[in-house]
Design a protein around this ligand. Structure first.
Ligand code: COA
Length: 351
């Protein structure tokens, strides 16, 4: 039988634990009763650390064996994606990390402050507070009074079930089915699955010009490279990098293309209500790769994106690429049949 679940690299498992919204902590009480808690955790000094009140269940847990775990649900795969009759292939794709260890109490004030500061940075990244410092009169008492616990990650196990056990053809079919289904998270799941199994054939909707790989879901790791591409655009003159970045991350669909070395060489995004209107923005191909079909491939992918394809009208503005967009069916608004009413486009501008 082919292996269904694959071990993750240690760094990847640690990153998953560190990024998880919540961590599950299983241990026992003094009486040997099992306890399961959900905690906010951070990875500090090679351990998953969390805090609690100095009295209560968590205090009793010190010195006891525990298991900490987190999971990321990637996609639920119905049986009919790969088999029209048998229920057996129904499954859930996920990534998870689990560590076994003994719960330790952190007593050193500097170490406690480091954990608490890491918790703040994770759960209140916008700041708005004075950073924690054990020697500061602002925090000295609070740090002494709070309980900080940690479970070392020496026995850490990460698992990724990302359809690695399926044949490459089955996997390509799953990618197509995920794209067709287009539920929230499916586009991101497609990219995770492709990243886990590099021998997966490229499905039709991701076909790209030679030397390029299309990406149907870009994310935080692509922001800097995309902003590098976009900040030269005539429509972004005077727009800060930060504003361009927020627009990318706030879009309903954000796609792109990478070159053979994995560098981002094209980006395109859209906002959409999924039904009546979508707006395409920030279409850009790296100058050295223009004229090879990359722009066309990226715009086709964007128009077929689950968030965009249901919109009956897709809008965009362009200074000089009218004929480029005409090949997808875009028409000058003035050439459309007049509406049965007159209206003026109005804008409420904040700057
Ligand atoms: C416009 C842009 C995205 C097109 O990307 P690209 O990868 O060069 O385009 P493709 O190679 O897929 O071109 C497809 C076709 O469109 C044509 N085309 C490309 N850019 C064009 C433009 N600005 N105006 C008119 N036609 C254009 C190409 O000549 C090609 O035609 P062909 O198949 O007959 O040779 C790219 O040139 C770019 O990034 N430009 C700068 C940013 C920009 O203007 N973005 C659009 C803002 S609305």
């Amino acid at each position: 039988m082919r292996r269904e679940i694959f071990r993750m690299e240690r760094a990847e498992a640690e990153a998953l634990l560190g990024l998880a919204e919540v961590i599950h902590l299983a241990s026992t009480t003094a009486e040997g009763e099992p306890v399961l808690r959900t905690v906010h955790g951070v990875v500090v000094r090679g351990a998953i650390a969390f805090h609690g009140a100095p009295v209560g269940e968590k205090t009793e847990a010190v010195g006891r064996p525990a298991v900490v775990s987190c999971e990321q649900l990637v996609a639920s795969i119905p049986s009919y994606f790969t088999d029209p009759e048998r229920a057996c292939p129904a499954t859930t794709l996920y990534r998870s990390a689990q560590a076994h260890g003994v719960i330790e109490r952190v007593d050193d004030p500097d170490h406690k402050a480091e954990v608490l500061e890491a918790l703040m940075q994770k759960y209140q990244p916008e700041g708005g507070y004075t950073p924690l410092d054990a020697s500061s009169p602002l925090y000295r008492k609070a740090i002494a009074g709070i309980l900080v616990l940690a479970v070392p990650l020496s026995r850490l196990d990460g698992k990724a079930k990302l359809a690695q056990n399926r044949t490459p053809e089955e996997r390509a079919r799953i990618l197509t089915k995920l794209w067709e289904r287009g539920a929230p998270g499916d586009a991101a799941a497609i990219e995770l699955l492709r990243g886990a199994c590099l021998d997966t054939p490229v499905p039709e909707f991701l076909q790209a010009p030679a030397g390029c790989v299309l990406a149907c879901a870009l994310g935080p790791r692509d922001v800097a490279a995309a902003v590098d591409l976009l900040e030269g655009g005539y429509w972004n003159q005077g727009v800060s990098r930060e504003a361009i970045a927020r627009a990318l991350l706030g879009s309903s669909a954000w796609v792109g293309a990478r070159d053979a070395a994995g560098r981002l060489v094209a980006t395109a995004r859209a906002i959409s209500d999924g039904s009546r209107r979508a707006w395409v923005y920030d279409v850009m191909v790296a100058p050295s790769l223009r004229g090879r079909g990359v722009g066309e491939a990226v715009v086709r992918l964007l128009l077929g994106h689950p968030a965009v394809r249901g919109a009956s009208h897709v809008h965009l503005g362009t200074q000089d690429a009218h004929t480029f967009y005409a090949r997808f069916g875009f028409r000058d608004r003035a050439a459309l049949p007049p509406r049965p009413f007159t209206s003026t486009e109005m804008v409420f501008s904040r700057r």
